[in-house]
Design a protein around this ligand. Sequence first.
Ligand code: UGA
Length: 428
Amino acid sequence: MKVAVIGTGYVGLTTAISLAMHGHEVVGIDLVEAKIKMLRQGQSPIYEPGLEEALAAVLQQGVLTFTTDLLEAKESEVLFVCVGTPESADGTADLSYLLASVSEIGTLHRSVPRARTVVIKSTVPVGTGDRVAGLLGDCKSLFVVSNPEFLREGNALVDALKPSRIVIGANHDEAKAVMERLYDGIAAPRVLTTRANAELIKYASNAFLATRISFMNELARLSTVLGTDILTVAHGMGLDSRIGPDFLRAGVGYGGSCFPKDTIALLQLAQEQGVSLNLLDKVRQINRTQPLWFLQLVKNAIPELKGKQIALLGLAFKPDTDDIREAPALAIIEELQRCGASIRAYDPIASSAVQKIFPGVSYCGTPAEACQGAHAALLVTEWKECVQLPWDEIYANMAHPALFDGRNAWPVKEVREAGFHYTGVGRS
Ligand code: UGA
């Protein structure tokens, strides 16, 4: 099928590449010329494992092209809208990019009428699909579908090629049939429903996953006091098939471009409808305070942080991405600096982005270098480069051998045997 993907950010680019790999003829469209130039040369503007290799392959096969001109989508039967819906000042989703794209699609459709399905993949408040359908005149030749994405950064291509489910929100059978043809051959459960249901499935999924994390983080605070082990507790809970093992890892809190933004957007949406989502409100509150709770563990051990050197290992909001949006590392740096500590940080790829916000931090080339002379080392992101470390060398070079494991990822037995004082999140 001929497909156009509008917006070549992390969702759009992954969608375009995976659909091209799936045998469709895809054109990726973006306003930013520099981005299109890079993409045409096979360079990915974002770091995502496997994406650049896959991009090179589909470019070579000629099944994916890039342009800044929406007119090049005039032959496309399916048009994906994958533009950003960032958080506005009041927490609601900013739909200005989405509505601008829709208006351009309307112009294209009027000048070159043909059967088209417009697919909204951007995360949007419930009701947006219906609003877009109203704007475009959802009819016999043009349909609007909500098809939310469930990609995880760092795993996006795998998630796109082997999705956990495909949610198709469409109010016409013709549009459902087009989407079935598009995803034909992809083995994943289908949820065929209304646009509004599909939109809420997306927000509810992210809000629920965020809830699990905050639940475990709050439980970890109790576990610390009780002297119980949150990892064993999570394991014991996760074996219950009604609970499952995923997203039970306590740590320094969730970050990224999705959970923080989508939870506030859902809260705002509910508030507009006169409904209070009290649990979700607490979920966000726990997450906001989790980096500070973690730092309190450090302060308990080192009451006077002023003038002390602290090593931070990992800065990205999670491993395998260079994304630092809402990364817990940012709140940790801010508080450590407020306390007068000097920070030596290491991240395999996210350092330059953090440096723009915190130029006063010393950015190091290896974890061992960051730990040199430090009074404590904090694991903030569980990159494998930050987890498997030369412990004896690090022990010999730290001013004080204290490890604070914000992701419960360091090998406790090994580091204790090496002589370190180890503190995890909710560990005995
Ligand atoms: C999340 C969802 O997992 C995807 O399904 C969704 O498509 C995506 O948002 C989106 O809406 O676009 P992502 O933000 O890439 O994906 O990352 P996650 O793997 O979900 O991790 C989010 C945060 O939670 C990270 O900071 C991670 O470290 C943290 N986390 C995750 C925990 O603290 N504990 C856990 O057990 C799991």
